[in-house]
Design a protein around this ligand. Structure first.
Ligand code: NDP
Length: 326
């Protein structure tokens, strides 16, 4: 059988991650990286054909699944519907409140073109969403807890960098160990925002900036930090570059429930990610395989991770998976 031909639309962190993930999946091949920038200027992590994104209008016969690696804020709302009219697509749209609306805008062109468009894949939304549904369904009398971290938060890091006197900085979200221990013990506690997560900032000050004023401005920042216990550590530029350039993330989805008054059950799914974008990309690539198969089976229109059977993600055949089902 021939390889699944993958295109990458947008070459940032996810684009690089998808390229790395395809290299780990021998049933797939990367046929092109498409960018809004001048393709000749793209520094690819490893060699691959580079194209201007406009070429996607003409390459429909050459790509089985196009993985959309643009940002959720402004790229995907435009690119999702546009390319679902031309290709089978997979994306990682993560603006949670807008998912129903985004689904509709992608579903209409995909259905009209007979294409399959898997939206909002990745880990949250994505693998965490699936695990929340398993938990809620298997333990209807229960509580679901999501803890994030230790992880680099892009939004909170941006907020730190906007504080006057800050030259550079990063923010990590940390789950509270005490809260996790209580949830794992089956206590089903009601946890407030401050009890679930802490925030940790590493800041490089501008010359002459007042450290105490910067710290105060960060920890009291409305919505971002005022509801959390936040620590601020001042470091130099070299330390920032050496120790804080990776994008770790992860977390836990825990469902704690009762199947009877006497019996507690706890389900836990945990991710410890060295690189958030590389892991997200690995998930996107697995879903590209499923999307290819679903389209061949005549399932078209927008889909979410809830609509994809687990076996479709696997490079193994259904028969092989059945033989291994112990
Ligand atoms: P980036 O900012 O790295 O890339 C987004 C786009 O920006 C690229 O597709 C690229 O488009 C353009 N771009 C990238 N680098 C440059 C550059 N140096 N100069 C100019 N343009 C550039 O975003 P990420 O890849 O980190 O993340 C994309 C989205 O993934 C996020 O918005 C987030 O919503 C989502 N995500 C979802 C997760 C989930 O679990 N569901 C987890 C993590 C992320 P082009 O090549 O066309 O210029």
């Amino acid at each position: 059988t021939s390889k699944i031909r993958i295109g990458i639309a947008g070459y940032g962190n996810l684009g690089r991650g998808v390229q790395a993930a395809i290299a780990k999946n021998p049933d797939m091949e990367l046929v092109g990286v498409y960018t809004r920038r001048d393709p000749q200027d793209l520094q690819l992590a490893s060699p691959a054909p580079r194209f201007a994104i406009a070429d996607l209008q003409q390459h429909t016969g050459q790509i089985d699944v196009l993985i959309l690696c643009g940002g959720s804020k402004s790229d995907l709302p435009e690119q999702g519907p546009k390319y679902a009219a031309l290709y089978n697509t997979v994306d990682s749209f993560d603006t949670h409140a807008r998912i129903p609306e985004y689904f509709e805008t992608v579903d209409v062109p995909a259905k009209a073109a007979g294409k399959t468009a898997l939206i909002s894949s990745g880990w949250d939304p994505g693998m965490f969403s699936i695990n929340r549904v398993y938990g809620e369904t298997l333990l209807p009398d229960g509580e679901t807890y999501t803890f994030w971290g230790r992880g680099l938060s892009q939004g909170h890091s941006d907020a730190v960098r906007r504080v006057p006197g800050v030259a550079a900085g990063v923010q990590y979200t940390m789950p509270s160990q005490e809260a996790i221990d209580r949830v794992r013990a089956g206590e089903r506690p009601a946890l407030g925002t401050r009890e679930k997560h802490q925030r940790e900032c590493f800041v490089v000050l501008e010359d002459g900036a007042d450290a105490e004023a910067v710290r105060e401005a960060i920890v009291t920042m409305e919505h971002y930090f005022d509801q959390y216990d936040t620590t601020v550590e001042f470091i130099d530029e070299q330390t920032l570059a050496a120790e804080h350039s990776a994008m770790p993330h992860g977390g836990f989805v825990i469902r704690s429930g009762n199947t009877s008054d006497a019996q507690k059950q706890v389900i836990e799914y945990s991710l410890a990610l060295g690189s958030n974008p590389e892991f997200t990309s690995s998930v996107l690539v697995a879903y590209a395989r499923a999307v290819h198969r679903m389209n061949q089976a005549g399932i078209t229109g927008a889909q979410t991770v809830y609509d994809v059977a687990p076996g479709l993600l696997s490079p193994k055949s259904a028969a092989q998976l059945r033989a291994e089902l112990l």
